[in-house]
Design a protein around this ligand. Structure first.
Ligand code: COA
Length: 423
């Protein structure tokens, strides 16, 4: 049995933010029914195509364990099918541009009227307010959520991160909201609206930067490199390069091979608790007791000198040797892993964090498996559905259409061409 077994999700999501949410719910055991426009489907199916004619990796990696029904939600018969889906499912998840669902005729009021137990969960770019009508993509959210202004180097431009905190991050937030609403429904019997705005999700993940914004009132942020460099602070949290965001100073340092390998680096944290071990490892035992170096506050204006000395040592080792030497001493370090190294990591395959999946159009590909492990709800990653692969199955088995009624829907143009399953 799976954690969300018996829960039916009407998945009206597309692109990345919404699909990450419904993919997680599917991995936890929910039956996720993805509604797609006939003949077109989720736009990502045909974006960044690497195998001509096959669904893109962009799509396949975000839509595992779902069923796909082609349905024109603007056509009369399509609306009838959608109403039945709303009455049958527990949760409707959507990330349309603001107002699109209302224009389709499925406002929250209408959905609630059709099924008072239904939870209606939305990703939007912004919450209520002056920007609520705006369309938003990942990098816009990173910029509007405070991430870009605090990422990058002091002398460089605002920078977006590779981690999709606006899309996948908001999908995670929404999944949590849905699970909470499902639990509340156990007690109240009623559905509710769940909103995860991408700006809010990014702000949530940038919490430490808002912390620093307020700390600025009390003086310079001493753990930032710019303090040791004597560069004055402005009135907003600055970009901090690779400085650690916490109270334990850290930096990215070169390792053996850095001249030719762009990822021959390690993250190194000078955690106060292991300062003595660090001094021994880098060959500076006198720093353990030397005035100006012995305690964390004394060291704050010397971080550049200290990290330069540590780097002289890390440059004599590979990033994995640094890990092997520091870990037994409890010194927190981490190799800068390339995507190639992650793809080839056997440990990540064993835990199911990286999985190989077979697909009828494209063959085997790698994907990220479920990053959250439940001990009593194992995840089997199943390939993403082809467009409309389950249309007939859903009409028949989930919604109970059969005989002439089924033929009426199939010939109405509402569901596209009904195909036999690919496998
Ligand atoms: N049948 C008929 N029409 C359908 C349909 C279906 N099955 N599925 C979607 N459509 C229609 C919608 O009703 C909408 O029509 P309308 O504009 O006439 O009302 C249209 O398709 C386009 O939907 P929309 O969501 O506006 O897509 P877009 O490509 O214009 O915008 C985004 C894409 C991502 C910018 C926008 O959806 C958005 O801002 N979403 C919220 C934030 C978000 O999730 N962003 C991150 C995405 S990773």
């Amino acid at each position: 049995m799976k954690a969300l077994e018996g829960i039916k999700i009407l998945d009206f999501t597309h692109v990345q933010s919404g699909p990450t949410c419904t993919q997680l719910l599917a991995w936890f055991g929910a039956d996720v029914i993805k509604v797609e426009r006939p003949g077109v489907g989720d736009a990502t199916r045909k974006q960044l195509v690497d195998v001509p004619g096959a669904d893109s990796l962009y799509f396949t990696m975000l839509n595992h364990n779902k069923r796909s029904i082609e349905l024109n939600s603007k056509n009369e018969t399509g609306k009838e099918v959608l109403e039945r889906l709303i009455k049958t499912c527990d949760v409707l998840v959507e990330n349309f541009a603001p107002g699109a669902l209302d224009r389709m005729g499925f406002s929250w009021e209408r959905v609630h009227e059709l099924n008072p137990r239904m939870i209606m969960a939305s990703v939007k770019g912004f919450g209520p307010g002056k920007y609520e009508d705006c369309k938003v993509y990942e990098n816009v959210a990173q910029c509007a959520g405070g991430s870009a202004s605090t990422t990058g180097f002091l002398d460089g431009v605002p920078t977006v991160t590779g981690a999709q905190i606006g899309d996948s991050g908001t999908g995670l937030h929404l999944a949590l909201g849905i699970c909470a609403a499902l639990l509340q429904r156990e007690k109240t019997g009623k559905g509710q609206k769940v909103l995860a705005a991408m700006q809010d999700g990014v702000i949530n993940l940038c919490r430490v930067k808002l912390r620093d914004q307020q700390r600025l009132k009390a003086g310079p942020l001493k753990e930032y490199s710019q303090f040791g460099e004597g560069i004055p602070f402005g009135d907003a949290t600055p970009r901090a390069g690779n400085d650690s965001g916490g109270g334990q100073p850290g930096r990215i340092l070169k390792c053996k091979g850095w001249e030719t390998d762009p990822n021959a680096y390690t993250y190194f944290i000078t955690q106060a608790a292991v300062w003595e071990q660090i001094c021994d490892v880098i060959g500076k035992p006198d720093w353990k007791t030397k005035e100006g170096y012995a305690t964390p506050p004394e060291r704050l204006d010397k971080l550049n000198e200290i990290f330069e000395r540590i780097e002289q040592w890390t440059m004599t080792k590979t990033k994995f040797e640094v890990m092997d030497i520091c870990n037994p001493l409890n010194i927190p370090v981490g190799p800068i892993l390339s995507m190639k190294e992650i793809a080839e990591d056997e440990g990540l395959r064993e835990t199911g964090t990286i999985v190989e999946v077979d697909h009828p159009e494209r063959g085997a590909y790698l994907s990220v498996g479920c990053p959250i492990k439940l001990s009593d709800s194992p995840v089997d990653v199943v390939r993403s559905p082809l467009l409309g692969e389950h249309t007939e199955e859903i009409l028949r088995d989930v919604l109970g259409y059969d005989g002439d009624d089924l033929e009426r829907v199939k010939s109405s143009g509402a569901v596209g061409e009904v195909k036999a399953a690919a496998e």
